[in-house]
Design a protein around this ligand. Structure first.
Ligand SMILES: [Zn+2]
Length: 633
């Protein structure tokens, strides 16, 4: 496997971001908690970087700026104050967050810096009300062991999380600032990862160490991975926002495949004799072709007086539909670029035609207007002239780059492990000092003291889970890789429910429920404790766990007791059970007559099925035996 990747010169690096579980935010005393429902207040800003900042903004950022986007920020008073609104300077750096970062750094054998300096990193997409993100390096030059290989950790930083995007209407973007300012640790590896599997193992190992601090937040979106991937003759591609560790290897694999196919396409174009000069910005208004079209998108655009602009792609026939990697086509790359630079909804191209109601006849006319030859493709788009023009310009530019191979860019990860064009890759990080926050000294005494009481490392934890709770190795590892280590230890300590049942619930059961679309992240520790308390005291059986959790996930404030009541999963009384047994015997009287005491097994099965989760098997067996004896004696 790895020889395949070393042959093509794969190099990958990771940036792992994990929210820290602090009482307050990084630069103010607000509660680090996301809110649901309507915001308490909103405010609108237009981003206008000052002159001094403009000098450090690259073309991509400038482009964003020129789009004249307005931002609607949503907030409530528990999770945001004047600091998040950028109406008040930041307070001092949160010491609790600094300490967690230092502890994690020491666990990765990184060397803490002498003095922590807060810096500003320009961010211009509106995700920070200030136009920059505050970040500081906490430690450097660590390493972790991945199956005997040392993977070096370049740096460990502490950063403020950004606001979260909640919507977009045209030129107005909505962001919620409850997340803004939540402390994040950022762990950056060197680009020394040489296979997709190694990338995933490294991501898991770092995740395990961060969780072993016992001071990180859990739930979807609390850990996010960025992956950098390059291959020889390809380009360095930055992939943002891989939300699950399990997806890391797939994302790397897809990116390698994407770059290899792009290189093939470049070769193919050269073979076809295509030159950059063949790809010209000659856009033709082809609106008349589609005057009576059955294609809904085009018809609607034309009705709104938007023209259909088209461009000939010399020598590209068949290449636009080529699959770059599983689920990603070259045509979608062009569409992504067109969406970003032209603000259009998407593009049409002849490789996917006839389709969408566009007829053969319309395609013939289109071809004639553009002097299309058999080896050419045509891309067309319907939008405002300015947008359509920008979109096609970007498409042509991207097509020219295809002759040279793979362009550097920033891509966004999709939940299925594919990626899509996000924006051009910014230049080197633009940083300047945050003068509002004084630096923090990190003394040798403090570091030594933290070093003397480091939490257990993942390997030690694993051994202890197997020994203290008698978990098998697989289950111990699953608990370590889950976000429920603390809760597991708490539940195993305070109830007499079997540790294995608790561990299976917190790993496999939750995973299965999540797959079925249950929002298990919404279930609180209190609700878990309530549920296991009921099992512990015999008020319900472990078989009802999935149903109770599904119910709790949809009832935020409710208790496990209420779940039990609502689901009718409380234990049956002896009387109820006796009635059920009698009923089952009566319905199967012929069978009982025939088999006598031998009917016990099958009847036991029927009763258990009917009373699933509401009885103890021992009691059923007791009553059933009694009854059968009465009858057959
Ligand atoms: Zn605040």
């Amino acid at each position: 496997m790895s020889s395949k990747y070393s042959k093509i010169g794969l190099k990958a690096g990771l940036e792992i971001h994990q929210q820290l579980d602090t009482r307050e935010k990084l630069f103010c005393s607000c509660e680090p908690k996301l809110f649901k429902g309507e915001p308490g207040f909103t405010f609108i800003r237009r981003l206008r970087p000052t002159q001094s900042e403009l000098g450090q903004v690259d073309s991509a950022a400038l482009f964003e700026f020129h789009k004249e986007t307005r931002i609607l920020y949503e907030a409530n008073s528990e999770s945001a104050c004047l600091v998040e609104m950028d109406e008040e300077p930041p307070h001092d750096l949160n010491r609790e967050a600094v300490e967690i970062c230092l502890v994690a750094s020491l666990m990765m054998e990184a060397e803490p810096v002498d003095e922590i300096h807060v810096m500003r990193k320009t961010v211009i997409d509106g995700s920070n009300t200030t136009g920059f993100q505050r970040t500081c390096v906490v430690a450097l030059n660590g390493e972790i062991d991945i199956k005997g290989k040392k993977v070096s950790i370049q740096q460990v930083s502490l950063e403020e999380d950004a606001a979260r995007k909640t919507g977009k209407d045209g030129q107005l973007i909505r962001y919620r600032i409850d997340r803004l300012g939540i402390p994040l640790i950022e762990v950056t590896t060197a680009p020394v990862i040489y296979s997709p599997e190694e990338a995933e193992e490294t991501a898991f190992a770092i995740g395990r160490i961060l969780r072993a601090t016992r001071r990180v937040r859990r739930g979807l979106g609390t850990i996010r991975q960025d992956v950098n991937v390059s291959i020889r003759d390809g380009a360095l591609i930055e992939i943002k926002g891989v939300q699950e560790l399990e997806l890391v290897s797939k994302v790397v694999e897809n990116e390698v495949q994407r770059q290899l196919t792009l290189l093939e396409i470049g070769e193919e174009l050269k073979k076809r004799g295509v030159k950059e000069a063949d790809l010209a910005e000659d856009f033709v208004d082809v609106t008349p072709v589609f005057r009576n079209t059955k294609c809904k998108v085009l018809a609607k655009a034309i009705e709104q007086n938007k023209p259909v602009l088209a461009v000939r792609m010399r020598g590209f026939a068949g290449l636009l539909k080529r699959e770059l990697a599983e689920g990603m086509r070259f045509g979608s790359e062009l569409a992504g670029i067109a969406r970003f630079w032209g603000r259009v909804g998407g593009i049409f191209h002849t490789d996917e035609m006839p389709a969408y109601g566009v007829t053969e006849e319309e395609l013939n006319q289109l071809g004639k207007l553009l002097n299309k030859e058999p080896m050419d493709a045509v891309v067309f788009v319907a939008d405002k002239p300015e947008n359509a023009n920008d979109a096609l310009k970007a498409v042509v530019e991207r097509a020219r780059v295809a002759l040279r191979g793979v362009p550097e860019e920033t891509r966004a990860a999709n939940p299925d492990g594919t990626t899509m064009y996000m924006r051009p890759r910014p230049g080197a990080a633009r940083m300047y000092p945050e003068t509002d926050v004084p630096p923090i000294q990190v003394t040798k005494e403090y570091v030594d003291e933290l070093g003397s009481r480091l939490p257990e490392l993942p390997e030690q934890l694993m051994k202890r889970l197997m020994k203290d709770y008698r978990l098998n190795q697989k289950l111990a590892k699953q608990i370590l890789d889950s976000e429920y280590l603390d809760l597991f230890e708490c539940l195993a300590g305070e109830t007499k429910v079997s540790s294995t049942v608790i561990a299976v619930t917190l790993t496999e059961t939750l995973k299965a429920l999540r797959r079925d679309g249950v929002n298990v992240d919404a279930v609180t520790d209190e609700q878990f404790r309530g549920m296991f308390g009921l099992i512990d005291s015999g008020k319900t059986a472990k078989e009802s766990i999935p149903e109770i959790l599904s119910w709790l996930a949809g009832h935020e404030e409710a208790s496990a007791k209420e779940a039990l009541k609502s689901l009718g999963l409380g234990m049956m009384s002896r009387k109820e059970l006796e009635d059920l047994v009698d009923d089952v015997i009566e319905k199967n009287s012929e069978f009982v007559e025939l088999r006598g005491k031998g009917a016990f097994g099958p009847l036991m099965g029927i009763v258990m099925k009917k009373a699933r989760g509401r009885v103890k098997a021992k009691l059923v067996s007791e009553i059933l035996k009694e009854r059968l004896e009465d009858i057959t004696d």
